[in-house]
Design a protein around this ligand. Structure first.
Ligand code: DGY
Length: 320
């Protein structure tokens, strides 16, 4: 049984697979495998342990051939995989959702909210450049979070964890999702809002929806135009939910006071205008990058393959 792993991942994974009798082909470099290598090395594999940076489409599945039975995606998101094509070929697709990943993303979201409101990155950079000349009552004035409104778009597992943490900062939390969630409202003391209401009344908006045809480009010229003047946007979900060009314009014209992005429209490329803005914080898709989350993801991704070939249904089968 042959498994292709498209990148080195943290933790014990090669040994576990080898001990179970798998032949392991690992792309053991600190860069993505690249399409050409991927297409060459996937031929004849029984299992593929892929990353969100690998495009898993019909061409790739055809190259792999009928031996490919399972794609274990090392990510919660699976927008890199053509699920219909996998289904047509009877290939099982799994992902790696967990409390550890959700917590990591929720914590990173808060790190970004705080860094934006208190201008941490700008202040750090200025201090390192020798720009601290002694206490000044007028430098790096930020915004307090107390009493402000946090608008959460997508109150799933991560959105819920973000909302729970907002209580400690004494913020008002409103959320938007397909249907109101009375239980969550009671537990988290949050209120449902229509998208328009959320956009126009939130001081901070945080995105926690998956990337689908419905959410692609959700934050665009029109929706940005509805946001409260001087508000902030945080995106730790998926880049293409935000139209970067429109966001740059909203920041340039002062509609938004700032934005923090962990994900980008065309990763790893970033809109040059956003790169040059001081009121924008950029992190390189690291929201789930904690040891706790990554080791859990490794365990889940490997277990999915081992379970599948020992006749068990893997824990996190993706149903498209
Ligand atoms: C995911 O799992 O989908 C994250 O975006 C990457 O860790």
């Amino acid at each position: 049984m042959k498994v292709l792993i498209t990148r080195k991942i943290p933790g014990e994974f090669v040994e576990r697979l080898k001990n179970a009798g798998f032949e392991v082909d690992l792309w053991n470099r600190d860069c993505p495998m690249g399409r050409q290598y991927l297409l060459e090395r996937v031929v004849g594999v029984d299992a593929l342990l892929s990353l969100l940076t690998d495009k898993i489409d019909a061409e790739l599945m055809d190259k792999a051939g009928p031996s490919l039975k399972i794609i274990s995606n090392y990510a919660v998101g699976f927008d890199n995989i053509d699920l219909d094509e996998a289904k047509k070929r009877g290939i099982v697709v799994t992902n790696t959702p967990s409390k550890e990943v959700n917590e990591a993303v929720a914590e990173h979201t808060w790190a970004l909210i705080l860094a934006l409101s208190r201008r941490i990155v700008e202040a750090d950079e200025a201090t390192r450049r020798g720009g601290y000349y002694g206490w000044d009552p007028d430098i790096f004035l930020g915004r307090s979070l107390v009493g402000k409104t946090l608008g959460i778009i997508g109150l799933g597992n991560i959105g819920t964890m973000v909302a729970r943490r907002a209580k400690g900062y004494e913020m008002n939390v409103i959320y938007n999702k397909h249907n109101p969630d009375p239980e969550a409202e009671k537990e988290l003391e949050v209120k449902f809002a229509s998208l328009d209401e959320l956009l126009s009344t939130s001081d901070f908006i945080s995105l926690h929806v998956p990337l689908t045809e419905e959410t692609r480009g959700l934050i665009n010229k029109e929706t940005l135009g509805k946001m409260k003047r001087g508000s902030y946007l945080v995106n730790t979900a998926r880049g293409p939910i935000v139209c970067e060009q429109d966001l740059a314009e909203a920041l340039r014209t002062g509609v938004l006071a700032g934005a923090a992005l962990d994900v980008f429209e065309n990763e790893p490329n970033i809109n040059p205008e956003l790169l040059a803005m001081e009121n924008v914080i950029l992190t390189p898709h690291i929201a789930s990058s904690t040891w706790e989350a990554r080791l859990k993801m490794t365990d889940q991704a490997v277990s999915a393959i081992l379970d599948f070939f020992s006749g068990k249904t893997p824990e996190n089968v993706v149903r498209g």
